[in-house]
Design a protein around this ligand. Structure first.
Ligand SMILES: Nc1ncnc2c1ncn2[C@@H]1O[C@H](COP(=O)(O)OP(=O)(O)O)[C@@H](O)[C@H]1O
Ligand SMILES: [Mg+2]
Length: 161
């Protein structure tokens, strides 16, 4: 087992900076699983990543379960898995097919880990000391998941003001 990298996100701007760092490293087939409670910044992260990738009008898929946006290089699949009853629902909806020509951002994605050959998982948690700060812990699966995580963390460090 590798140690879990962790970051402190001091503000919403840091969450957006992290999202843009990931966005620039993404390629077709990549999967980001976003976990953590309500209002931890999962949708905020997806919005910032989508903007970096040239997708517009992104909103929370709380009611729709899944939204698909065209972006510059590939499509974005944005899923809220909260009301899915696990992997079978995801597969029944045909959503994994979207990875053939796009990337996926999956809020509440922890229950879907078994569907994917590779992913990076981000687990957001509150900073009890500050309402506008968060902690985020990372884990990855598969060779591409590990490579993506490494590249994105490096890009985030380099983007620090
Ligand atoms: N460091 C931070 N990162 C992300 N969002 C933050 C942060 N601090 C405060 N917020 C606020 O928390 C809320 C996060 O909402 P949202 O992204 O919809 O969360 P989730 O999708 O996890 O439920 C927003 O209102 C945002 O302004
Ligand atoms: Mg959300």
């Amino acid at each position: 087992m590798h140690n879990k990298p962790q970051l402190h996100l001091g503000s919403e701007a840091d969450t957006a900076l992290l999202a843009r760092a990931f966005a620039r490293q993404l390629r077709v087939g990549d999967v980001l699983l976003l976990n953590g409670g309500l209002a931890m910044g999962k949708t905020c992260f997806v919005n910032a990543a989508a903007a970096e990738l040239g997708a517009e009008g992104v909103s929370s898929p709380t009611y729709t379960i899944a939204n698909i946006y065209p972006a510059k290089a590939f499509s974005l699949l944005h899923v809220d898995a909260y009301r899915l009853r696990g992997e079978a629902d995801f597969i029944d909806l045909g959503l994994e097919n979207e990875l053939e020509h796009g990337v996926a951002f999956i809020e509440w994605g922890a229950a879907l880990e078994g569907v994917f050959e590779h992913y990076v998982s981000l687990d957001f948690s509150p900073d009890p000391a500050r309402e506008t700060a968060r902690f985020v812990a990372f884990s990855s699966f598969g060779a591409r998941g590990g490579a993506l995580l490494k590249l994105a963390l490096q890009a985030y460090r380099e983007a620090q003001p």
